[in-house]
Design a protein around this ligand. Structure first.
Ligand SMILES: NC(=O)c1ccc[n+]([C@@H]2O[C@H](COP(=O)([O-])OP(=O)(O)OC[C@H]3O[C@@H](n4cnc5c(N)ncnc54)[C@H](OP(=O)(O)O)[C@@H]3O)[C@@H](O)[C@H]2O)c1
Length: 234
């Protein structure tokens, strides 16, 4: 970690999209704090892993206590931690519904709230939230997941307004299906159906995600807030 590099926080950094985002941010000149419940395999002089559960307020408060103490400032948050529950609504238990809402929506709220307190000290911040193309598709079989990510999009727009006066932009990005653990349990036929509803008929790639993130977090993107960009053409 170096004092000259801006600090980025990536939630859900132990694998999948989050791990890739961390690696790209490091190449682009950031120091990165990543968090997830399990450890990360990422070993890099510019990466620090802090175990945290974003759905648990005390865990998020501890995470930020450590960031404040060890780094003192924060420029970028990527709210990437997320879980899915793919099931027909008639088969969705209230426990599954709560879990998905807690991680995806409450987690994004808690991390954004605590992060914004730190960002406003320097009158600069970039928050990017992960949504999904399942929202505009109103994808059947994913009621809890789509409800949670719709909440994330609404939160993005309200926070964009509330945090604008502190130089903090808040935007969201909705990927199309990308091969990670998250969609391992989804049948190939269902993925193919989703891809067929896109203008660009291929799976998304982690590089496509970072391309949008890189755009949102640039200092020059200071006039872009409250927006949602979807991958693949929906
Ligand atoms: N893959 C796709 O097709 C796709 C499409 C659209 C949107 N997205 C979104 O992209 C994001 C990343 O998805 P992914 O595909 O990379 O998923 P993934 O491979 O399953 O990884 C999810 C990450 O989130 C972490 N996580 C889960 N619950 C957490 C919690 N309570 N607190 C902290 N970290 C937690 C996991 O680590 P631990 O288990 O160690 O906590 C892991 O690092 C999600 O928000 C997802 O909704 C993905």
């Amino acid at each position: 970690m170096s004092e000259n590099r801006p600090l980025a926080l990536v939630t859900g950094s132990s694998r999948g999209i989050g791990k890739f985002i961390c690696e790209k941010l490091i190449v682009d000149g950031y120091d990165v704090v990543g968090c997830s419940r399990n450890a990360s395999e990422l070993v890099n002089a510019h990466y620090q892993h802090i175990a945290a559960d974003v759905s648990d307020q005390s865990s998020v408060l501890n995470l930020f206590k450590q960031i404040r103490k060890e780094h003192g400032s924060l420029s970028v948050i990527i709210n990437n931690a997320g879980i899915a529950s793919m099931n027909h609504c008639l088969l969705t238990t209230v426990d599954a519904f709560d879990r998905v809402l807690n991680v995806n929506l409450k987690g994004t709220f808690l991390v954004s709230r605590e992060g914004a307190k730190l960002m406003r000290r320097h009158n600069f911040g970039r928050i990017v939230n992960l949504s999904t193309v399942a929202v505009p598709m109103s994808l059947e079989g994913e009621s809890a997941y789509v409800a949670s990510k719709s909440g994330v999009e609404a939160l993005t727009k309200v926070l964009a307004r509330e945090l604008a006066e502190y130089g903090i932009t808040v935007n969201a990005l909705g990927p199309s299906p990308i091969e990670t653990d998250l969609i391992k349990g989804v049948g190939a036929d269902k993925i193919a159906k989703i891809v067929n509803r896109l203008a660009l008929k291929r799976l998304g790639r982690v590089e496509d995600v970072y391309n949008v993130i890189e755009f949102f977090i640039r200092p020059a993107s200071d006039y872009i807030t409250g927006q949602v960009i979807y991958l693949g053409g929906i």
